[in-house]
Design a protein around this ligand. Structure first.
Ligand SMILES: Nc1ncnc2c1ncn2[C@@H]1O[C@H](COP(=O)(O)OP(=O)(O)OP(=O)(O)O)[C@@H](O)[C@H]1O
Ligand SMILES: [Mg+2]
Ligand SMILES: [Zn+2]
Length: 275
């Protein structure tokens, strides 16, 4: 079996991409195009196996007949993962993994344990509804860290994640009100595989903010789409603000609700100096 892993020239990569396109494999062609030419500045491929073409090819001679084989390179799984990470909008994924979450205190152990249980959840029966995750409570206690870590794990499992800060969503939707763009964005928020809403209902949410939250949350509830929240509010406080909204989150996140006590010594940013 002869390996054909010589470094392809730019033209060869382009030809390869065109070839994939003409064979109807648009998705893969787009991905290869995106990644193959990323290595351009120093002209060094990232993957030594396929030299960033995304495919490994070889020929084999059997009884005088030469067979050509091509298969997707193993790096493509990783490239797709990187692409999902880029499109997730997660602000600091490399620094906020679950592995980097310190557990010096018992309450931190409980947080990490809940996060790993959530990230490791898989359906036992075909109609099992995927759970939600709700991290509420004191500032600087690692809520965003742990939710980001969960999102990274889910991305590694092949899931598509969208990270949004609640106030950005509220602003955007206010600007788009009464336009077709509102429906498009709403559809994405209601249907994306996993949505992580950070700083959910920040401050004292207005009636409009609560109505927007209900529209998104109810859509995801009906569509059975996984949703992750971090918020300064405890889940009970969301229920008190809007029973229908908080009730839905509470129901879906059963077993994965964190309420981190309001205690200044727990603030990782000030390392308890404010206590
Ligand atoms: N247990 C921990 N191990 C390592 N780093 C942590 C831990 N807890 C918090 N941090 C770090 O402290 C900083 C603040 O944490 P984070 O942003 O997750 O807090 P938060 O609970 O989301 O706060 P806020 O309510 O203000 O949004 C981050 O840089 C985070 O990585
Ligand atoms: Mg936060
Ligand atoms: Zn490769």
């Amino acid at each position: 079996m002869e390996s054909r892993n010589k470094t392809p020239t730019d033209n060869e990569v382009r030809e390869h991409i065109e070839n994939l396109r003409s064979r109807g494999n648009r998705g893969l062609a787009d991905l290869i195009e995106m990644h193959a030419f990323k290595a351009q500045p120093e002209k060094r491929p990232n993957c030594p196996l396929c030299k960033d073409s995304g495919y490994t090819e070889w020929t084999q001679e059997i009884g005088g007949v030469v067979y050509e084989y091509a298969e997707e390179c193993i790096c493509m799984k990783q490239r797709r993962e990187m692409q999902r990470l880029e499109t997730s909008n997660l602000p600091d994924p490399t620094r906020m993994s679950l592995g980097q979450f310190r557990t010096d205190q018992d309450w931190q152990i409980r947080i990490l344990d809940t996060a790993y249980r959530f990230a490791g959840w898989s359906p036992q029966a075909a109609d099992d509804i995927p759970p939600w995750f709700y991290a509420g409570g004191h500032p600087g206690t690692g809520k965003t860290h742990v939710c980001t870590g969960i999102c990274c794990n889910l991305i590694g499992q092949g899931r598509q994640v969208l990270y949004r800060i609640w106030n950005d969503v509220a602003e955007e939707m206010k600007d788009k009100r009464n336009t077709t763009a509102y429906r498009q964005t709403m559809k994405r928020l209601q249907e994306v595989d996993v949505l992580y809403l950070d700083d959910f209902l920040h401050g004292s949410p207005s009636k409009a903010s609560l109505e927007l939250a209900w529209e998104i949350v109810n859509g995801r509830y009906t569509n059975r789409k996984q949703t992750i929240f971090s918020s300064e509010h405890f889940i009970q406080e969301i229920i008190d603000k809007d029973h229908g909204l908080g009730g839905r989150i509470h129901e879906r996140a059963r077993g994965f609700v964190l309420g981190i006590a309001r205690d200044a010594t727990r603030d990782y940013r000030t390392k308890g100096e404010m206590a």
